[in-house]
Write a protein that binds this ligand. Sequence first.
Ligand SMILES: C[S@@+](CC[C@H](N)C(=O)[O-])C[C@H]1O[C@@H](n2cnc3c(N)ncnc32)[C@H](O)[C@@H]1O
Length: 200
Amino acid sequence: MGHTLRRLAPSFRSAVGVDATREMLAAGRGVLAGAGVANALLVQANAIALPIRSQSADVVTSRLAAHHFADAHGAFREIARILRRGGLFLLVDNYAPDDPLLDRFINELETLRDPSHVRNHTVAGWRRLLEGAGLRTTVDSDAAVTKLTTENWLERSQTAPDRAEEVRRRLRSAPPAAIEAFQITPDTFAVRKLILTGRR
Ligand SMILES: C[S@@+](CC[C@H](N)C(=O)[O-])C[C@H]1O[C@@H](n2cnc3c(N)ncnc32)[C@H](O)[C@@H]1O
């Protein structure tokens, strides 16, 4: 969250960063202090109950957090609540392929790695969630592929040894369609990310 605020806050009068955990807020404060950004307030809150006035925000972003939301619908409704009419929501998150087998492959892999993972939706799924919250999505979404080194990825989340071993086993024995979709090599694989825009 600190990285997003570091880049965006200087373009606004004030900015608020929200996360459910103290650890992420502390990390965010460190990034902002290092960058000399002084107009951002960091608060601990659940995305379904933002301590922010209705229709007070020009822009809301959510970066790589929504796939952890237990209630993504509730969170997007809350985002729609705080946005001014015409305000912009930018969702940056992982997405799953449309093929249900590949969808299951990547979501199970993510959950094994980090049990707090809830769901990488498909592009259509993310779009439906935004629309269902009253946000008009643009026709185009932007997509990117992030290449991950498997061992670094597991280390970053401090995955338990037995779960990490199961992740390695699944990558080693992945079916051809998954090898192609996720560009699986002995040491790396790739996840897909989108940037989806919603207007209040
Ligand atoms: C992978 S981290 C991404 C952090 C940060 N947004 C970034 O871009 O680096 C996912 C974050 O989502 C937060 N999170 C998950 N569910 C949440 C919720 N319901 N409300 C607020 N934060 C939540 C977690 O605490 C965690 O810090």
